[in-house]
Design a protein around this ligand. Structure first.
Ligand SMILES: CC(C)(COP(=O)(O)OP(=O)(O)OC[C@H]1O[C@@H](n2cnc3c(N)ncnc32)[C@H](O)[C@@H]1OP(=O)(O)O)[C@@H](O)C(=O)NCCC(=O)NCCS
Length: 162
């Protein structure tokens, strides 16, 4: 259970691997987060949801948030995450990352890695995203120049698992 301090809004939720129905609801949430995910992102996310692992946070069987991940060579890769707009900033994103940390420990991964837009690219919504990752223990480790014309430069963030 998570509670927002100022509004006392409370969410009772469970985190679990997504069912096929959950995946559809998670996609609908992703599509609603238009400041973060464009058409190309949504197209890629749909493939990643099929090919990789997906966690969802649910309240009364309704999906509130998702986190897509995979592993590669001893590290956990956080591919995508999103929390429904009306329940952001209630600790749901943190609860999903905490779950991934537990899973990473269980699998003896050395770190969780995530890519996001760099500070150098001034765009307010992703400032919030970076604040969230930095608050949750991720550190910027390097800058990745886009190799394809229509891609964005990215930064790679890492959270060590101990
Ligand atoms: C980024 C995101 C996943 C965070 O999830 P959330 O449930 O809203 O975040 P939490 O409530 O768990 O936040 C934990 C802490 O992170 C920081 N944080 C989160 N959102 C923040 C914001 N908008 N501004 C500043 N700090 C923020 C805060 O320190 C917060 O703790 P506090 O509320 O006690 O101060 C969510 O807001 C989201 O879906 N954003 C849009 C999509 C996106 O950015 N996805 C990631 C890229 S794939």
């Amino acid at each position: 259970m998570v509670k927002k301090r100022d509004t006392k809004k409370t969410v009772r939720m469970k985190i679990a691997p997504a069912t096929e129905k959950d995946k559809k609801e998670a996609m609908a949430i992703a599509k609603s987060l238009k400041e973060w995910f464009n058409k190309e992102g949504i197209k890629n996310m749909a493939i990643d949801f099929k090919m990789n692992s997906l966690l969802v946070a649910k309240e009364k069987e309704k999906v509130l948030a998702f986190l897509s991940y995979t592993t590669y060579s001893g590290k956990m890769l956080l591919l995508w995450m999103g929390v429904r707009k009306d329940v952001q900033r209630l600790g749901i994103g943190k609860a999903l990352v905490d779950y991934l940390v537990k899973e990473s420990k269980r699998l003896k991964m050395y770190a969780i890695e995530v890519e996001t837009l760099p500070e150098e690219e001034v765009y307010e919504p992703y400032e919030r995203t970076r604040k969230f990752y930095y608050k949750n223990g991720f550190k910027r480790i390097f800058y990745k120049k886009a190799r394809v014309k229509c891609w964005d430069d990215q930064i790679v963030l890492e959270k060590k698992i101990n």
